[in-house]
Design a protein around this ligand. Structure first.
Ligand code: GLU
Length: 443
């Protein structure tokens, strides 16, 4: 395949995601000629459209600030475009194409009627006042509203976009369109958000891991030492569910360093620091003076200190390519049995390869972290029917969805002669559902 209009440096992460999928699905493409006949792969790796726009806003000093906004509407064969918005200085078109491409297959794996998209901006929310966040979100929506709608494209949160930002985005959309639509998910509960949406990705990740360990006949997580990286929404709710089922979570991390508390981390304090104060994990030491805190500068060469801590199960929940070959070697040497990806593609290709060759139970992001977008779809259902589901109902459906994804992935891997390889299983099963829909819908 040739990619003529590609900005190679920016697109390298997109190529990384694509390469893995192309490799995984080659047995399917060989065994069934219809996918080649309908040029499915060529059509799937190019977004339906990439919308790029200027976002201009006034900071608290009345200075004009300019950022770039994006929405990559990748594929809507299975339902309206669906996927989060990321506000982070590293955002560019290549990063969003990678995330949007992954989202197509992730959303397909849920079995729900949602297509794939991603968007965001290079805006850095760090250090911004609440008013600045509000002004940025309004300016972003002034442009974005033209391209979205409850049956067209339904954005949600991702890194840097939580319920506060979704609230401001929703408010602006409503002001411009006068329409009280379920056009965004992850909304605060009081105006149409679903119960459990904040918890969904983390809880779903644990449900998937439980199902995978059971399927692979490994010990359950209860009583086991687990390591988690990150301290955002996904990491915090992964820790919460792990603690609830009796696992001992000893680490978490942020952009400045990592925390190792061998007694098990104090989640209440972490929530207070990260969610309420929007502070740094270093502040944990103000309460627990004897805890190990390792700043980023002291991490091992080419690696991350979280993965040097011996554990039964590891949960990378920070960002893409955070878990390297060095880290994978450390985890394997220390007897780690299972790795579940909470972030999107946190393991580098070399790390993934090591996990697979060493028969580690490896749950790839597009299957394991699909709980967030699944509950987003539940939110769309609730909004469309003007209903509110109970916490237990959402939780039950989330658990069921994650267990089904795990089964589908494991069975597909077995059917294609790669039993136990959840990477290939997820890529084949995800691709097949979208590809079959594309064929049925014609060109
Ligand atoms: N950003 C999340 C993800 O990576 C959620 C997307 C959504 O809820 O639409 O899956």
């Amino acid at each position: 395949m040739k990619f003529e209009n590609s900005n190679c440096a920016e697109d390298s992460i997109f190529f990384q995601a694509m390469e893995e999928v192309i490799y995984s699905i080659s047995p399917l493409l060989e065994s069934d000629p219809k996918y080649k006949r309908y040029a499915i792969l060529e059509r799937l790796v190019v977004p339906d459209r990439v919308i790029k726009f200027q976002v201009t806003w006034l900071d608290d000093n009345n200075k004009i600030q300019v950022n770039t906004g994006y929405r990559v509407q990748f594929n809507n064969a299975l339902g309206p475009y669906k996927g989060g918005l990321r506000f982070h200085p590293t955002v560019n078109e290549g990063v969003l194409k990678f995330l949007g491409f992954e989202q197509i297959l992730k959303n397909s794996l849920t079995g729900l009627p949602i297509g794939g998209a991603k968007g965001g901006s290079d805006f850095n929310p760090k250090g911004k006042s609440d008013f600045e966040i509000m002004k940025f979100c309004s300016a972003f929506m002034t442009e974005l509203h033209k391209y979205i709608g409850p049956r067209i494209d339904v954005p949600a949160g991702d890194i840097g976009v939580g319920s506060r930002e979704i609230g401001y985005l929703f408010g602006e959309y409503k002001k411009i369109t006068s329409s009280y639509d379920g056009v965004l998910t992850g909304k605060p509960y009081m105006f149409g958000g679903s119960l459990m949406r904040p918890e969904a990705t983390g809880y779903g990740l644990v449900y998937f891991t439980q199902a995978m360990l059971e399927h692979e006949k490994k010990d359950p997580l209860t009583g086991k030492v687990c390591t988690v990286s990150g301290a955002g929404n996904v990491a915090i709710h992964t820790i919460e569910k792990l603690q609830e089922i009796g696992a001992i979570v000893v680490t978490c991390s942020d952009s400045e360093g990592m925390l190792y508390d061998s007694r098990g981390v104090d989640l209440k304090l972490i929530k207070e620091i990260k969610l309420e104060r929007r502070g740094t994990l270093k502040e944990y030491l103000e309460v627990y003076k004897d805890v190990n805190y390792i700043p980023v500068a002291d991490y091992p060469d080419g690696g991350h200190s979280v993965w040097t801590i011996p554990c039964y199960a590891a949960f990378p929940c920070a960002t893409q390519n955070e878990l390297t070959e060095v880290d994978a070697k450390n985890l394997i040497a220390n007897g780690c049995v299972s790795v579940s990806e909470g972030a999107n593609m946190p393991s580098t290709p070399k790390a993934t390869e090591l996990f697979l060759t060493n028969k580690i139970c490896f749950a790839p992001a597009k299957a394991a972290n699909a709980g967030g977008v699944a509950v987003s779809e539940f939110e769309m259902s609730q909004n469309a029917s003007m209903q509110k589901w109970s916490f237990d109902m959402v939780d039950e459906r989330l658990k069921e969805t994650m267990t089904q994804i795990c089964k589908r992935v494991a069975l597909t891997a077995k059917d294609y002669g790669v039993e136990g390889n959840y990477v290939d299983g997820a890529n084949i099963a995800g691709f097949k559902r979208v590809a079959d829909a594309m064929i049925t819908e014609g060109i």
